[in-house]
Write a protein that binds this ligand. Sequence first.
Ligand code: WT7
Length: 667
Amino acid sequence: MPDESSERESGDDTESALEARLAAGETYEPPASFVEQANVSDPGIYDDFEENWPDCWEQAADLVSWFDEYDTVLEDEDAPFYRWFTGGTLNASYNCLDRHVEDGAKNRAAIKWEGELGETRTYTYGDLLNEVEAFAAALQELGVEEDDVVTLYMPMIPELPIAMLACARIGAPHSVVFAGFSADALATRMNAAESEYLVTCDGYYRRGDPLNHKEKADKGLRGVDHDVETVVVDRLGDELEHFLGANAHDYDELVSDHAGASVEPVERDAEDMLFLMYTSGTTGQPKGVKHTTGGYLSYAAWTSHAVLDVKPEDTYWCAADIGWITGHSYIVYGPLTLGTTTMMYEGTPDYPDKDRLWELIETNTVDIFYTAPTAIRAFMKWGTGYPDAHDLSSLRLLGTVGEPINPRAWTWYYEHIGGESCPVVDTWWQTETGGMMITTLPGIGEMKPGSAGPPLPGIDAKIVDAAGEEVGAGNAGYLTVQNPWPGMLRTLYNNDDRFLNEYWQEYSDPDADEWVYFPEDGAKIDEDGSITVLGRVDDVINVSGHRLGTMEIESAIVGVEGVAEAAVVGGDHEVKGQAVYAYVILEDGQEATDGMHDRIVEGVEDSIGPIARPEEVLFTPELPKTRSGKIMRRLLEDIASGEELGDTSTLRNPEIVEEIADQVGEN
Ligand code: WT7
């Protein structure tokens, strides 16, 4: 007689069984079929890189074509202002386009784009080169010269990578501002970069509706202190009328006027700036992370080759937005340098239905898929019916990036998307690092759900305590990187001091000329050398993989009339990872009305964008403060995450904690 309990045991893991399995740190071997064909499969690479450091990085530089060979791999005289591949010259657009066309890949698809409504566009390497040259000629005609910063404020449409490559071709660094950022955020970034050129578009589709983007761009331009030449891409055609004012030009007209133009790729020095990317930090002012041409491009190509296993014949899809570093390195520069087919999708994963991504993987026979844990958690919530309805057998490798992935999400991804036959690489890195730093090599390493893995070959990542001493296995500490790498940021734009303060202060010993990079993450290391990244230890929070500065949000809230003080923290969120919690004190005589709530939310959306919208706004007469007057942020985080509240006895006003916690309970 079949007994019920044994039947249950042989079925799916119960939650507790799964948890036990994961807690035991079960590891997964990469499938033999993957290892056989992997770009990198010799475990000797780790020792090789260690023994031959820094010359090992020639392997990365060899993946790009140089006009003039470099003389020196690494110059460290002015550390931490390191210089890589000095004496070398190259052009990123040449590397992403011309050389593939010259090698006979003119008709290979470079970009396969799908719009939200289902329209598709394919650019072969030949097409892409032609359009990039035409647009580069147009930019030159508008006055763009080498080293002028061009701001790109566009959603996921092909003209965004085209504009990036056109800028790279003429040696004009681009500064891409995520399309979801607000008008104010655009203005702040254009002012900080003294950028006199803007490429934007009329609008785009979101969940089937046309969204007016140009309105936002125009509003942003009113906040820019200097004159700007603007180019507008017509994405929506008749769906949305738009007018070009003074100093504004139509993209299609410019490109057709310059059709057939030939624009020589300028020889850029290895250390010349390729682009700027603004990211959030501890203060209210975003940081302009500067990446260079030689080191960054080599590193993006190397990690795409070694970790994402990209091959020219692949169809590769990173479902990030080009407005973030992930899209720069792993939609545009890495994959195109390697000559593969890179996919772009304009819309959201649940439109028109929750199987859109799986449908795209099936119809495009995608080989490699790279996304964020927040997306995976949403897929899990939607259920296995959506992926199960599609043939995902073309997949060979899966990746995740942007935030810690919980083991349950990892195993779900491995089983239901990868069919237990694709390695999953959990890649830790940052805007500042330019490319991946900590992850397994999929053709070599055992995978451990929830843990990113060992540092990549040549990367000296160590977990240290507050005094900078290495912590033992099993202990939590601070993540540090103790040697430089080619993809590293070179400085913060126009702000060397802040660069030194933000990244090189805590653990370096300048007198001994010892430089340790501090990424502001906490982490833990296991016996086997595998690193689990625990999250930020500064005032930066990670909402759906988007990096937000709590100070930026606080200053937006304090800017709302009637608000006296605000404290913003991240609280745990099932899908987003973290969500924004705002604790707000109003000025005397102000009422905590729905109207006030809405004005605060609007204030945040106006100054940063909807991604920073508070999950909850909690009005409170006071904030929990220590006797010395410091806000106890940890307590606010515990309240937001619904956790047991720690010791409140050191507070000046312990009674306020219960009061706020009760309010959260009610909402
Ligand atoms: C922060 C960097 C990396 C490109 C996208 C985000 C967190 C990133 C992981 C990971 C745990 C991760 C860190 C990091 N993070 N990847 N695999 N596991 N945490 O770039 O906006 O510069 O954010 O994202 O906290 O510091 P970013």
